[in-house]
Design a protein around this ligand. Sequence first.
Ligand SMILES: [Zn+2]
Length: 91
Amino acid sequence: MQGFAKEFDFNESKIKQSIRKRFVTILDKNIEKNLKKLGYYEKVMRGEVKCAIFGKTITLNNISLIIPKDGEYLFICDDFKCYVEALERWT
Ligand SMILES: [Zn+2]
């Protein structure tokens, strides 16, 4: 697992770079407020929003990315694999 940490750091900074450059929303603070603004708060609370990669149910605690696509939003959970996959697919 020692090599993993290094690799993770590298990917993390690379990802942050691409997030800055491209059109991806990250929610950290004010998750509720942002979800309400997007009109997804109720859906998330009802467990109706799934991660766009592996279909895990999105909750207030596991959202990592919201990606605008075709007038809707794709939600990505905090699984690192989903994170990377999402950025590769949609940025
Ligand atoms: Zn996921």
